[in-house]
Ligand binder design. Structure first.
Ligand SMILES: *[C@@H]1O[C@H](CO)[C@@H](O)[C@H](O)[C@H]1NC(C)=O
Ligand SMILES: *[C@@H]1O[C@H](CO)[C@@H](O)[C@H](O)[C@H]1NC(C)=O
Length: 505
């Protein structure tokens, strides 16, 4: 690697000559590192964004994110004796605020931390009741009914309380309740919502309250599943199942969603709800900390007011140290660029394709202001951006520029293949539609439109062939008839002579 700098003379229209020094690689002999750990929900978003930035960087850069859950992310951000109570990574991430105990531990170890919201996630309840038994509408449930279902006080779909809200539903089966066995923000969301909204029903058989938080209580008669994938598989394959997960994940799987009753009394699904409204309601109620250095543990977005507000919404946060003066300067510079990238229109659009809702503008401002509070190390550099759409001649070639004109080959090829696969899936879906939706039945035999057309053509061909054979048969018959008729007409005897018979054979 070259360690000297090149001196480049720029001539601007011949009017003047300016000499500027542009280092090729800054004498850099080490790869820039940026690493994080925490909640699994944004792991796809982070992996995608990190891969994009590595491809756009002129400097050698390696970024990683370990999806280990919000709880582990918080512990690793706090650190332990091994790290001298410093973070194990450059950043942490969680769908829940730092618990007040950990927040205070961090403060007491001489650090100041920031909560930087970067997206919103909706938690939804999905089911697998056969569509034919739904009566043509989503299943409506309020928080108390949901609490009784998840605590097994109500165990069948035809329970009178469920029927009262869903008179057209004909489902009768046992409700198969699934819960996450591992700690998860979705469990945190559902347990806090149910306990907050209907504490009288969030109780065990003896009437004692169930716990809330990332670990769903081990309610007898419920089925534990591992990870959001385990939950998705269980709902997918278990008739009459019910379970909870982040809304985007469930919708991507095409699951049927329970319509929840929001604070304004409106039953709605997360697809019809405004996810950002919950965050705006919290801001409007001054229930949000005035700056990112404060304790966020009391912040929650459950059951906020508004006619289209979704009742179970979570912030996803970056956990960052405020004092980064001892971090490697280039790592701190790229970390700053990375967080700003996630908050940028491009990053927020990526968040949406990765099952999140974007932050309302007021919160983007809050997060941007939070980043400005960070004390950066000596040598910190603000990296700039060259967009894929706009070439910045000379400037785009500089060292501290993330250029959209660069891309990693795997990223490029993945996009090409994804587009092709999407087109192919759309075509297959059209065929599936033809096969399943347009059935034509004759007696108990059913055929699709296409197959019926095929059968019709085959029938016509067979009919034509039969007609043809029939005509030949008719002609042959006529010939035989005519030949046979002659002797009959010429003589009264019916029998041909043996000679005549033999001559004809
Ligand atoms: C954040 O707000 C608290 C409470 O108002 C205040 O004491 C503190 O100075 C603020 N911090 C910054 C960095 O503005
Ligand atoms: C930031 O941390 C460094 C040591 O890592 C310390 O010397 C400095 O005083 C800290 N700055 C503030 C404002 O606390």
């Amino acid at each position: 690697m070259r360690t000297t700098s090149a001196v480049i003379v720029l001539l601007a229209g011949g009017a003047y000559a300016q000499t500027i020094t542009i280092p090729y690689v800054d004498g850099l002999t080490q790869v820039i590192n940026v690493h994080g750990s925490g909640t699994t929900n944004p792991q796809r978003l982070f992996w995608e964004a990190m891969d994009l930035l590595e491809g756009r960087s002129k400097l050698p850069l390696t970024m990683t994110y370990r999806g280990v859950g919000s709880g582990v992310g918080q512990a690793e951000f706090k650190g332990d004796v091994t790290t001298g109570f410093k973070s194990y990574n450059h950043f942490g991430s969680g769908d829940i605020p730092m618990t007040s105990v950990l927040y205070n531990d961090i403060r007491n170890s001489g650090r100041e931390m920031l909560h930087v919201p970067f997206a919103l996630g909706a938690i939804s309840v999905f089911h697998n009741v056969p569509e034919a038994e739904l009566g043509g509408a989503p299943i409506d449930l309020d928080a108390c009914l949901l609490a009784k279902i998840f605590t097994r006080q109500i165990t069948t779909w035809d329970h009178p309380d469920i029927k009262a809200l869903n008179p057209k539903m004909t489902a009768k089966g046992e409700i198969k309740v699934h819960r996450r066995a591992d700690g998860s923000s979705s469990s945190s969301g559902i347990t806090q919502y149910l306990n907050g909204k209907c504490p009288a029903s969030w109780v065990n058989a003896a009437g004692a309250p169930y716990s809330t938080g990332p670990t769903f209580p081990s309610v007898p008669g419920t089925t534990p599943v591992q990870g959001s994938q385990g939950m998705a598989d269980a709902i997918d394959t278990t008739p009459n199942a019910i379970g909870y997960m982040d809304a985007g994940h469930g919708h991507e799987k095409g699951f049927a969603e329970i319509a929840l009753k929001n604070r304004d009394g409106v039953y709605l699904t997360s697809k019809n709800a405004n996810i950002g409204a919950a965050a705006l309601a919290v801001l409007a109620a001054n229930a949000f900390p005035v700056n990112a250095t404060l304790d966020f543990s009391a912040v929650n977005l459950y059951d906020q007011a508004g006619p289209t507000t979704w009742p179970i919404v979570l912030f996803s946060y970056f956990y960052l140290d405020r004092n980064l003066t001892s971090m490697d300067a280039l790592s701190a510079s790229v970390l700053d660029y990375f967080v700003k990238f996630i908050l940028s229109p491009e990053g927020q659009a990526l968040a949406e394709t990765n099952w999140f809702s974007k932050l309302p503008a007021q919160l983007l401002t809050f997060s941007t202001q939070a980043l400005a509070l960070i004390q950066q190390p000596v040598g910190f550099i603000t990296f700039t951006t060259e967009l894929a759409a706009t070439t910045q001649q000379f400037i785009g070639a500089r060292t501290h520029v993330f250029s959209g004109k660069r891309q990693s080959w795997p990223n490029y090829e993945t996009n090409v293949l994804t587009d092709r696969l999407t087109a192919l899936e759309a075509k297959v879906a059209v065929h599936d539609h033809d096969d399943h939706d347009e059935m034509n039945c004759i007696s108990t035999w059913c055929f699709t439109g296409q197959r019926l057309a095929g059968i019709a053509v085959a029938s016509i061909l067979i009919a034509c062939f039969s007609l043809f054979i029939g005509l030949i048969g008719l002609c042959l018959g006529l010939v035989v008839f005519c030949k046979n008729a002659r002797p009959r007409l010429s003589e009264p005897g019916m029998e041909l002579s043996t000679a005549t018979k033999n001559a004809r054979m």
